[in-house]
Design a protein around this ligand. Structure first.
Ligand SMILES: N[C@@H](CCC(=O)N[C@@H](CS)C(=O)NCC(=O)O)C(=O)O
Length: 281
């Protein structure tokens, strides 16, 4: 499997690079970004996977979050995949809306036509992309996972389902309970069909009820986030975490909204949190 370099920029003595590759899982060409800290020049470094939200590509986080300065100091690589399969022949929302199809893969393995030809972001993020990253770059197999909004949902659900593969998980403004929110209901009915029992495997609140191997989780949520009550449902996650004594810290941040200004304000706490747990292994 070949990687094609798209861009390379030196950043805080490390490198930000974008690559394309053919994805077998997604059945299309994909682009991802990697930030390699300076330490990667001499030894293998752990990796934080960042999953972005609706409408995003690999670029939003890398350009807006301001994570590179501290990642360089802590010696952590960051990998940011795209948020859906893309390209000619990849299905999109017939109405052209932003919350289904391109840019809206929801980190699930679609079972329903036409989505099941390409939309397998769960397997891509959990298996194919780490295998590629760990083959081609000076990184270890110590992984943590984080994300924003739809990507926060991806990070939490993947961590809850694959606790052996990650040291820690964190999220900004995650869609905590998609089976009970319009974004989740729309995406899951298209990708997974109308049997709601099948949706629960991609819902952090439902998964936390049955968690078998808890891991450290940090969640930040802005109180002025327009999507909070209708789409994100942080209170449902807080309730199930209290009921199950799951080790999650949920911080409700006064005045902050859903944007990357919020993420940039607290990304350093998330990087230090992951660095601590990655180094404990
Ligand atoms: N476009 C949608 C919202 C999309 C949105 O807020 N996307 C978030 C993730 S859910 C994002 O990260 N946008 C890209 C950015 O801010 O760089 C709207 O206007 O209602």
């Amino acid at each position: 499997m070949s990687l094609f370099l798209v861009s390379a920029n030196k950043s805080f003595d490390g490198w930000h690079k974008q690559y394309t590759h053919e994805s077998k899982v997604l059945n299309c060409s994909m682009r991802f970004a990697i930030y390699l800290p300076p330490q990667a020049a001499s030894h293998k470094v752990p990796v934080l996977y960042w999953l972005s939200g609706l409408t995003c590509t690999d670029e939003n986080f890398m350009q807006k979050a301001g994570a590179q300065r501290l990642a360089a100091k802590l010696g952590i690589a960051i990998v940011a995949p795209d948020t859906s399969p893309r390209g000619e022949g990849v299905a999109d929302d017939p109405n052209g809306e932003y919350d289904l199809g391109l840019g809206a893969g929801f980190y699930v393995n679609a079972t329903q036509a036409p989505w099941n030809r390409h939309y397998r972001m769960y397997d891509y993020v959990v298996n194919e992309l780490p295998a590629i990253v760990e083959t081609h770059f000076p990184v270890s197999d110590l992984r943590s996972i984080a994300g924003h909004s739809m990507g926060g949902h991806g990070a939490l659900t993947i961590a809850l389902r694959e606790p052996e593969r990650y040291c820690s998980a964190s999220a900004f403004s995650p869609i905590c309970n998609p089976v009970n929110a319009p974004w989740g209901q729309k995406a899951f009915s298209h990708y997974l069909g109308e049997d709601r029992g099948l949706w629960r495997q991609y819902d952090a609140v439902e998964l936390m009820k049955e968690s078998r191997l808890p891991m450290p989780v940090l969640v930040d949520q802005g109180l002025e986030d327009n999507f909070l009550s209708e789409q994100l449902k942080t209170e449902n996650l807080a309730k199930v975490a209290a009921d199950t004594k799951y080790p999650v810290t949920i911080r409700m941040q006064p005045g902050y909204d859903h944007s990357y200004y919020f993420i940039a304000s607290f990304i350093e706490d998330h990087l230090r949190f992951h660095a601590r747990h990655l180094s404990e292994q």
